[in-house]
Design a protein around this ligand. Structure first.
Ligand code: GLU
Length: 295
């Protein structure tokens, strides 16, 4: 059992940014909500950098994340972990799944699959060697449901909507779905608070966790901040990078965007303390998008 698990806090939450671009206002909403939710329940709050997808790492974004955490006074309760340092752990879990015959090697290329959104399981029976192939996990024809704290009940039948999905790519990169499930378990996570863009990933993660015998987590998917073009703020849509020198103003805006009671403009640590004291999940809109426009 890891050091973190032995802390045995009733609530362990996290902020898990990917360094694929600088943090933006949408990332700040996730950081604020995950932090306030954990702290208002006397929980532990951790930070994990999700940097397994090396080709997508954007130079300098890791430094920007760390700068922002500091400037916004987000202090994690343990050392920040970096997924790129933990590849052996994910491989161990893949080996375990292989021994249980729950995964298989797949030689289908994106080109071969064409526009088919649902993988037909073509390679399931081929028993290909695992080296230099994508690794897919088997899914079964069953409805997986969870009760999101904001979005209500969300269900998916992975066999009908997705098919067996990739855990490790042909180029050796560990897929986000696997890394997130393994780390949430190893870090003793109990609560996930993140953007509603990840709502559809949750059943995959629940399925994987179930195969591995991990306990179920509580989920809360936040409404997304949208730009004037009706797109969610994202690195791909060139959302403005958070300016660490504007931390108090940005914090105030983020707290307001989550429909919380206003906090006074002050140093970020005191503003966060006030936001924690006033934190009220029932005030957050139960939608997947915020009405106001951001940039
Ligand atoms: N790393 C993911 C992202 O930046 C978030 C993962 C998660 O919260 O589960 O979008």
């Amino acid at each position: 059992m890891s050091e973190l698990q032995s802390m045995q806090s009733a609530y362990v939450g996290r902020f898990a940014p990917s360094p694929t671009g600088p943090l933006h206002f949408g990332s700040l909403l996730t950081a604020v909500a995950s932090y306030c939710d954990a702290k208002s329940q006397n929980g532990t709050w951790l930070v994990r950098i999700e940097d397994t997808d090396i080709p997508r790492i954007y130079p300098g974004s890791e430094t920007h994340i760390l700068q922002c955490l500091d400037a916004f006074a987000f202090e994690p309760d343990a050392d920040i972990i970096f997924q790129k340092d933990r590849l052996d752990l994910y491989q161990d879990v893949l080996n375990q799944l292989q021994q249980q015959d729950l995964v298989y090697a797949c030689q289908c290329t994106r080109k071969m699959l064409g526009s088919n959104a649902i993988y037909a399981g073509t390679c399931r029976k081929l028993k290909l060697p695992f080296d230099h192939q994508a690794i897919r996990v088997k899914v079964s024809d069953q409805l997986i449901c969870f009760d999101d704290r904001l979005q209500g009940q969300h269900c998916s039948n992975l066999a009908h909507e997705l098919g067996d999905f990739v855990l490790k790519r042909r180029d050796g990169i560990i897929n986000y779905q696997l890394a997130v499930v393994v780390d949430d378990y190893l870090q003793g996570m109990t609560h996930v608070v993140r953007g509603a863009d990840l709502l559809d990933n949750t059943e995959r993660q629940i399925w994987l966790g179930q195969l591995l015998g991990y306990p179920r987590l509580s989920y809360m998917h936040l409404p997304l901040a949208m730009n004037a073009q009706g797109q969610k703020l994202s690195k791909q849509n060139l959302a403005q990078a958070l300016d660490p020198t504007q931390a108090p103003q940005l914090l105030q805006q983020a707290i307001a965007a989550l429909h919380q009671l206003p906090v006074e403009l002050d140093c970020p640590a005191r503003m966060l303390a006030q936001a924690v004291a006033q934190w009220d999940v029932s005030r957050i809109p139960r939608t997947t998008q915020l009405a106001q426009i951001y940039q």
